[in-house]
Write a protein that binds this ligand. Structure first.
Ligand code: SF4
Length: 359
């Protein structure tokens, strides 16, 4: 099974912590960009069945439902879709867009990933988001009313000044909404962003221990609310894991189309330069090779350790196996049925634990 990823690099305005590739939206550029996407869909042959499509960004919900519908329609005509293909679109919760949500659903989008980030107005203001907590909640309810039964929300952790109480308040909102999935990720301070130059804000950031404590608090509060962790940053109600996200951790193929999109496709890993003009002008998007032999055994193990499925114990090298008793005693790893798994404490420091197990 293969996934398709479309990168839609438009944003109404730049959030001060974000270093994703995005440009300002204009109707003409969006029209030309969608035209280039359609050209690329025609240019790539996908022989596998497609079981997931993901519109990420940027802000894909700046595109009209007609544009999204055209892309889905051409994919369905050119490629073989599984009957239950998961089709996700990242949605920014600004304004009342009930009609738009209904049109998206009618166009075939069946999963919405809502960029809520927090349900604290103070945190949303600090993040420079254009929506309020009430608008975030209204957007989720409007999505459910429009027929979406698979709704994911983003939740940001370890924000400057964030307390367990604020976090619990956001998770309480998530638990009271028709939400099936949560992506909870730690704020990263990216070089060159306005956040990285804001000394007052940086001074209020939790240190590593404080960030780990907030992360573990979120894991247990989400679990109590019925969202089971299945990957470092991913939590789902029963049966609602994101098929598309799992492709990344399980080293399954996906084809990325758009300026800044990444692919693991046809046995190669490649990306498209972050240059919207070049993408629009080229007959076929320029591919920049990253790895001619992706998903070797070591990479597979590293990615699988990010999930709660873990890896078979016998996949570890003899030297890594010697580290196990120490990692288990520290509470970072547990063993069971011949497999090893990172615990939430292990996920909180996953880079170090995975490095110890793979080295
Ligand atoms: S966080 Fe999302 S909406 Fe904000 S600038 Fe980055 S991609 Fe755009």
């Amino acid at each position: 099974m293969t996934g398709l990823y479309f990168h839609i690099p438009f944003c109404a305005r730049k959030c001060p912590y974000c270093d994703f590739y995005s440009v300002s939206y204009s109707r003409e550029t969006a029209e030309a960009y969608v035209g280039a996407i359609l050209r690329n869909i025609r240019a790539y042959a996908v022989s596998d069945t497609v079981d997931s499509v993901y519109f990420g960004g940027g802000t894909p919900s700046l595109l009209s439902a007609a544009h999204i519908g055209k892309i889905i329609e051409l994919c369905a005509a050119r490629y073989h879709f599984s009957e239950d293909a998961e089709i996700t679109l990242e949605y920014n919760p600004t304004g009342n867009r009930a009609d738009y949500l209904r049109e998206l659903r009618a166009a075939g989008v069946n999963r919405l990933s809502v960029g809520t980030q927090s349900f604290s107005d103070e945190e949303l203001r600090m993040l420079g988001r254009t929506h309020s907590a009430a608008q975030g909640m209204a957007a989720v309810r409007a999505a459910a009313d429009a027929g979406f039964s698979n709704i994911s929300c983003d939740l940001m952790l370890a924000l400057p000044g964030q307390t367990k109480e604020i976090l619990r308040g956001s998770i309480r909102c998530l638990s009271e909404l028709p939400v099936t999935h949560v992506s909870a990720y730690l704020l990263q301070i990216e070089e060159g962003t306005p956040f990285s130059q804001n000394a007052a804000l940086l001074s209020r950031l939790p240190d590593d221990d404080g960030a780990a404590e907030l992360y573990l608090h979120a894991v247990s509060a989400l679990d109590a609310a019925g969202f089971r962790q299945y990957e470092v940053s991913s939590f789902a109600r029963s049966g609602m894991r994101s098929r598309h996200n799992l492709k990344y951790w399980q080293c399954e193929p996906y084809l990325g189309i758009g300026a800044g999109a990444h692919s693991c496709f046809d046995g190669r890993r490649f990306c498209v330069p972050r240059d919207i003009a070049a993408f629009i002008e080229a007959p076929v998007q320029p591919e920049k090779l990253i790895d001619a032999q992706p998903c070797m055994q070591e990479e597979r193990m590293m990615l699988a350790l990010r999930t709660t499925d873990g890896i078979p114990e016998n996949a570890l090298s003899a030297s890594a196996r010697k580290q196990l008793p120490m990692l288990c005693k520290a509470g970072y790893v547990r063993q069971g049925s011949g497999r090893i798994f990172l615990t939430p404490e292990g996920f909180a420091v996953s880079n170090a634990v995975i490095a110890a197990l793979i080295s």
